[in-house]
Design a protein around this ligand. Sequence first.
Ligand SMILES: *Cc1c(COP(=O)(O)O)cnc(C)c1O
Length: 352
Amino acid sequence: MTFLHQKYHSLTPYTPVEQVDEQTCIKLNTNESPYPPAPSVQTAAAHAAQHLNRYSDISAEAVAKPLAVYLGIDQDQLFLGNGSDEVLSYIFQGFTEKGVAFPDVTYGFYQVYSALYQVDATVVPLKEDFSIALTDYDSLEGTVIFANPNAPTGVYQEQKDICAFLERHPDRLVIVDEAYIDFGGSSMVSLIDQYQNLLVVGTFSKSRQLAGARLGFAVANKELIQDLNRLRFSLNPYNINSLTQAVGAAVLQEQGYVDEKIQATIQVREWSKQALTKLGFEQTDSLGNFLFARYPKISGEYLYQSLREQNIFVRWFDQPRTKEYLRITVGTKEQMERLMAALTAIIEEVNP
Ligand SMILES: *Cc1c(COP(=O)(O)O)cnc(C)c1O
């Protein structure tokens, strides 16, 4: 017997990756920052804890104000969510009446939310090189969503293609999920005044050391933001808790620290790409904080399992187009050196 509504019986939820003990393991499987938040961010959380008896600020001013300044937008063009996953959830719930289209290889939650909200979803194959052919979306209707740089491929889509699509389809909403934009490429945020049909999603999880705080955002014209707030106020107005508001505000005062860690990640990413190539891997030119690579003669599953046995956790997707690949989060230089040593040993063992 089940009490769950019939319409949810066929749901396949998102599979979060295994949590691992970082004392003994190297965790390269969820694209978090390998660096802790700046000390002042940690202190801000402790201070905010003194006021947990009170509800959080519904407008999250402490974050919204400096974030709007940082992004160069008005505060009424900004929406904050409990992680960008919550923002995406509202988008799929509220902005997909005529259906939604997204690439076959992209962020897993697009499919999950389509099923949850019973949205008519069209999955459009990426090109052979994993880039998005936006002209493939021309003949469809409704909303378009993709990540840029895309996940798990790291492939970056040039802005001019996106702008051309926005211009060809002024009556279709285009969502650009910029979870990884701080690691490469240029943001579309500055174009929201130009395109009324553009909505950009961002997060503090990947480049700002705050995955655990759950803080994401959307940027768009103020009518779209009002509509997102209409949904939010119908579900959970206090969606950003006060500890998260405090650390979000504090991290925006630490742009120097954040930028330094972004630069470190980019440097380690480029070093890692070269190291993988030297080992014989094939890979995309990822602009994210992760690599997407395969070894011609060894299956993705075997590599994933062998690394796991050595307590190195990467992501492997058991899907037709991606199952020969590993998605490897860029960790610290030391972690990546250990990864390369482990991969070298696995390859030698297979091809002595
Ligand atoms: C990680 C990720 C998200 C979710 O980020 P949160 O803000 O932590 O919910 C959204 N989109 C993409 C493409 C991601 O990789």
